[in-house]
Write a protein that binds this ligand. Structure first.
Ligand code: MV4
Length: 444
């Protein structure tokens, strides 16, 4: 049993984790930057330690300050949330070395899946389908040409250390392959300090479907169905739902079993997500793994009734999971809208003071947020300020419920993307469930 958990994050996810800990009788320690003295996570935790100046690199990403805070306040476990240090294998490893329980997978597993070449190789070894690719990191332009001829254009050049769409280059013809290869390589060095790149066949207009899994430290691995995450802009998801309008029970089972097989094969523990692309012919391909709790986890919580954050903590405490695959039943339909502090037309960030606030409520509505009337949205961090999640019997009911909830939501002082969400919810293709990863670029 943990006595005290340090939450190495801020915003809505820090608040979400604090709430789970409180209900479990675990004390909470917040860390905060100088910009977050009055933040909700700082106020709600049982204790709080300032870890540095506003910039993330000086505070929420400062491994040494966070480990010192753990030692000063005698916390035995750390929950990284998402973003910041959540998928930093060196942080997980530093925790392991200091005898601190990192609430997530082992650092070695995180490191394996963090390299996309290693992850794809492992998936192939386990007979999990992936898109045709170079089978290893590319050595030079010549090899890029040979591989592309074999798998056929268009191809994508991806960075091994990338992920979440960072450092990808789409190439349509052999003529542009050489320069794209060199650009991808130098961009990967600049962004990740690692120039390893590989080539993959480009999949046109796919859906982004991800499978939630949970794995305890005793070999029990289950899946909790899928999330449809196709509605995104520049790799930032905007609206997610579960179940996906594109899956039937048979395909769900097949994708779920694939995700479980992969998790077991790599020795994954804690909760995690396997990302797949689903093509027009309903073939699915493994893309990458997210070794953390995700922003969109509440839609899975709504349809399965499982508290994923409590599950993470219980797994990290070494408990055997009480979840059994046959007991995981998806009920109803859930949608999440990410509310960002931004101009709904230009997508420019809109930080500032919230001078008026009315939160939505009523049946089947959940709001995960760290804003309050009078709070400040600092300019230094991600501009996600709230998540509105609804649950209803069917998809149409969920759409109606979300529109109703967003119309109730009043935020004064800053701009938000609520108008964009209301527009999406009225869109005929969206209502028909016809979404793919280019939905939003056609839309706006
Ligand atoms: C792709 C792809 C098409 N073909 N790979 C972007 C995030 C990363 N997980 C993988 N990504 C993609 N990989 C092949 N071979 C299209 C994307 C992609 C994408 C994927 C999921 C959600 C949104 C996306 C937006 C643009 C591109």
């Amino acid at each position: 049993m943990f006595n005290k958990i340090l939450i190495a994050n801020r915003g809505e996810i820090a608040v979400r984790i604090i709430r789970a800990c409180k209900e479990m009788g675990i004390r909470t320690l917040a860390v905060y930057s100088e910009a977050d003295r009055d933040a909700l996570h700082t106020r709600l935790a049982d204790g709080a330690i300032c870890i540095g100046p506003p910039k993330s690199a000086d505070s929420y990403l400062n491994i040494q300050s966070i480990i010192s805070a753990m030692e000063v306040a005698d916390a035995e476990a750390v929950h990284p949330g998402y973003g910041f240090l959540a998928e930093n294998a060196s942080f997980a490893e530093a925790c392991e070395k200091c005898g601190i329980k990192f609430i997530g997978p082992a650092s070695s597993v995180m490191r394996l899946m963090g390299n996309k070449v290693g992850a794809k190789k492992k998936a192939e070894e386990l007979n999990v389908s992936v898109l045709p690719w170079s089978n290893r990191a590319l050595v030079d332009e010549k090899e890029a040409i040979e591989v592309s001829k074999k798998i056929g254009f268009p191809v994508l050049i991806k960075a091994a250390s990338g992920g979440g769409g960072r450092g990808m280059k789409l190439v349509h013809t052999q003529a542009s392959l050489g320069s794209a290869f060199n650009m991808a390589k130098s961009e990967a060095i600049a962004a990740f300090g690692d120039g390893e790149v590989f080539i993959e066949r480009y999949c046109e207009l796919p859906r982004h479907i991800e499978i939630q899994i949970a794995a305890d430290e005793h070999g029990n691995v289950i899946h909790l169905g899928e999330r449809e995450c196709s509605i995104q802009r520049r790799h930032q998801k905007i609206l997610e739902e579960s179940p996906s309008p594109a899956l039937d029970p048979k395909l769900r089972q097949k994708m779920g079993e694939t995700a479980v097989k992969l998790a077991k094969g790599i020795g994954y523990t804690n909760v995690g997500t396997m990302e797949f692309l689903l093509d027009k012919d309903k073939r699915f391909y493994f893309m990458e793994m997210n070794a953390r709790v995700q922003v969109e986890h509440p839609v899975t919580e709504f349809v399965t009734g499982v508290d994923l954050v409590k599950e993470q903590i219980k797994i990290a405490m070494g408990e055997r999971t009480a979840l059994k695959q046959k007991n995981v039943v998806m009920k109803g339909h859930s949608i999440e809208c990410r509310i960002n502090a931004e101009d709904p037309k230009t997508f420019m960030p809109s930080p500032g003071k919230i001078t008026g606030l009315t939160m939505p409520g009523g049946p089947g509505v959940r709001v995960d947020s760290a804003i309050y009337c009078g709070s400040h949205v600092p300019p230094y961090y991600d501009n996600l300020i709230a998540k509105v999640i609804v649950h209803a019997e069917g998809r149409m009911d969920a759409i109606a419920r979300m529109s109703r909830a967003l119309e109730e939501f009043q935020i004064v002082g800053i701009k938000t993307n609520i108008p964009l969400h209301l527009k999406i919810l009225k869109d005929h293709d969206f209502i028909a469930g016809k979404t793919d990863i280019d939905f939003l670029s056609r839309f706006t």
